[in-house]
Design a protein around this ligand. Structure first.
Ligand code: C2E
Ligand code: CA
Ligand code: CA
Ligand code: CA
Length: 280
């Protein structure tokens, strides 16, 4: 009874996740959650910093646990990856995001590009996934960059030629590609030339450091110039202050995402604040 209070806000704390018993239960619960569709997508706008670029949004998964309430991704994504359950979860995320984008187009007449996170694990049985995804997009007439997949640097490391070819196929099918968390992984700049990537997302740790004395400004600026030379657009993550927005805009950054503009929102709220206002 005493431990319960401590665990109220975290369904599975990191130390619990290492505990085999809790891990078993988490896996069981995740299987159930997939079958019962207990997941939800929250939407966070990606805002044009230079001019009003077209509407972009990142879809972020939440788990509406019947007993524990809303569980954030940090508590279940890594276990889902280790067990392969991320493949089913990722397919659900894709379908949900695509249907939502089609719904916004049909109801409000706006094209919204929805970005989804795709784990490296999901690229392992790529053939099947690709065909299913592309046929859904064709059915919904969403082949004009309506969906963007966010990948991480780790994928570029182990994948090499096969991954390069896969990303190329996605782009040919009208799906764009973002490189997430840029600057936190191992990526050498050489990867950026080999892989066709549309957007580079500067990790929030760089954005945060923009306010400090030993500022990362030079680094951010260099990343932006380099990305533009390689034909990529740049999104800064974790923009929380007006100062960060201003500095990034002056450095030529194309988009910003972060609490300054909005937290990730449930679909109805996102619609009210960012879609209905665009149309009216
Ligand atoms: P990410 O892809 O880097 O997503 C950005 C995270 O930063 C989100 O956390 C978002 O809520 C948070 N964030 C946004 N703006 C700010 C800000 O201004 N300040 C701060 N401090 N944080 C901000 P969230 O939603 O908890 O997601 C965490 C991670 O979980 C994501 O990081 C992503 O790696 C993973 N994830 C989320 N949804 C999915 C999914 O559908 N599939 C997969 N494979 N991974 C997902
Ligand atoms: Ca992301
Ligand atoms: Ca990120
Ligand atoms: Ca991240």
């Amino acid at each position: 009874a005493k431990g319960e209070g401590r665990n109220r806000f975290h369904y599975f704390t990191p130390s619990m996740q290492r505990d085999a018993k809790y891990r078993m239960r988490l896996i069981q619960d995740l299987r159930h959650a997939i079958a019962e569709q207990e997941f939800e997508l929250y939407y966070q706008p990606i805002v044009g910093l230079q001019q009003d670029e077209c509407l972009k949004v990142e879809a972020l998964i939440r788990w509406r646990h019947p007993k524990r309430g809303l569980v954030p991704p940090i508590e279940f994504i890594s276990v889902a990856e280790e067990t392969g359950l991320i493949v089913d979860i990722g397919n659900w995320v894709f379908q949900q995001a695509a249907r939502q984008s089609a719904l916004w187009r049909d109801r409000f007449g706006v094209e919204v590009q929805v970005s989804i996170n795709k784990s490296p694990v999901q690229f392992r049985d790529e053939g099947e996934c690709f065909d299913t995804w592309v046929s859904l997009l064709n059915n919904l007439a969403l082949t004009n960059n309506n969906i963007c997949i966010e990948i991480t640097e780790g994928l570029l490391l182990d994948g090499n030629e096969a991954i390069a070819a896969t990303l190329e196929r996605y782009r040919d099918a009208g799906i764009q590609v973002s490189l997430d968390d840029f600057g936190t992984g191992y990526s050498s700049l050489a990867y950026l030339k080999r892989f066709k990537i549309d957007f580079l997302k500067i990790d929030q740790s760089f954005t945060r450091n923009l306010d400090s004395q030993n500022s990362d400004f030079t680094l951010c600026e260099a990343i932006i110039v380099m990305a533009h030379k390689l034909g990529m657009k740049v999104i800064a993550e974790g923009v929380e202050t007006e100062y960060q927005r201003k500095v990034l805009a002056e450095a030529g950054c194309d988009y910003g995402q972060g609490y300054l503009f909005s937290r990730p929102l449930p679909v109805e709220e996102f619609e009210q604040r960012f879609i209905e206002t665009t149309v009216m």
